[in-house]
Every structure is written in C-alpha cells, then in structure tokens.
Write a protein that binds this ligand. Structure first.
Ligand SMILES: [Zn+2]
Length: 190
C-alpha cells in the first residue's frame, strides 16, 4: 500500500520526523488523505478541511500543498475523524471519514479508535498490522459541496496599532488587540 508518493514504510518514517512519533491517527490519516487525493474533483486548486485538530491536519500537511500557514487547510473542529478536499472556487469536494461500522473486523483499531482500553494496555503491533492490512477498507468516501463561507478569501482587513501593547493587530478586533483583552494567553509577561 502506498500513501501519497510514499511507500507505507517511507510514510511511517516521515510521520516520525514530522509528528514526533508514528501516531496511529497519522497513519490512518495518511490513508484517508491518499483516498481523497485519488477521488478529488478535477481542477488544479484545492483546499482542505479537517473536522478534527488531532493528527489528520498533519497528514494533510505532509501529503498535500495545503498547510495551516498558507491558509489552504482549515480545521473545523467537529471532533469527527474526517477530511475533505474541495475545489477552492466551486466548492465541489470529496469527504473521507473513518467508517466505525467496519471496525468489528479490526479489533485493535476499534480498541484504539473508541479508546476501549488505556493506551498502555493496547497492542500497538496488532494495531499497526491491522491498519496496514485494512488500508482503504476503513474509510468511506462521499461527494460534498462545502459551504460558501469556506470559499471566501480570508482577508485580515485593515491593521491598527494597539494602544496598550503597541503591536499591530486587525482593526476589526476592536479598540485594543485580543491579546490585551480577554484572550491574553499569558499569566506572566516581562
Ligand atoms: Zn495589545
């Protein structure tokens, strides 16, 4: 089984260097992205939408030109293990998700996906073997049309200088920047 332009083992190696460890979600995520790439509508330019912040976005970033940094990957955190690739102007897309109804055939994957046992008690070797064995059979593919709000160009609009911190921020956020307001992430700042 290949994942994108890589063999399965090459992909696992890449995942380790990019993601820190060979997370099962990254391996299944790679399989899902590969399916999406093979089924996406015609057209050169596509964006990606992940319905979870876990693992899948990194698989998209490894296997497609879509990254968080270039704005072509969006996370809509619905908590579902699903990825959609869609034509960025028309919105026609393909959604790939892990079909939990298949998991009775792959008990180690089911155990991991539904967190049926603490991680330390899960059989990770069986898990990886089953993922490699199951491959695309774990997934379902649907045609979708994404909401127009995901096709809009994201513009920051005009930029202001915050009177409190002196840093630049989008003026649409109000009189002061969000960091000086309720969304300050720091408890100490020197
Ligand atoms: Zn500020």
């Amino acid at each position: 089984m290949d994942i994108g332009p890589y063999s399965f083992d090459e992909y696992v190696h890449l995942v380790k260097s990019f993601h820190g460890h060979a997370a099962p979600g990254m391996i299944i995520g790679g399989i899902m992205v590969d399916i999406a790439l093979n089924n996406k509508p015609a057209g050169e330019l596509f964006d990606a939408l992940c319905e979870t912040a876990n693992c899948l976005p990194d698989a998209v970033q490894l296997l497609t030109p879509c990254t968080m940094g270039n704005g072509w990957l969006r996370i809509v955190n619905l908590g579902r293990f699903s990825v959609t690739l869609y034509e960025k102007n028309g919105g026609e897309g393909v959604r790939v998700y892990l079909d939990s109804s298949t998991l009775d055939a792959w008990p180690a994957i089911k155990e991991w996906f539904f967190k049926l046992k603490p991680k330390k008690d899960q059989d990770s070797q069986a898990l990886f073997e089953q993922i490699k064995d199951a491959g695309a059979k774990l997934c379902k593919v649907r045609s979708v049309h994404v909401h127009p709000r995901f096709m809009e160009k994201r513009s920051k609009g005009s930029i202001a200088v915050c009177p409190l911190c002196g840093e630049a921020y989008p003026s649409k956020d109000g009189e002061i920047c969000l960091g000086c307001g309720d969304e300050n992430p720091y408890t100490e700042f020197h």
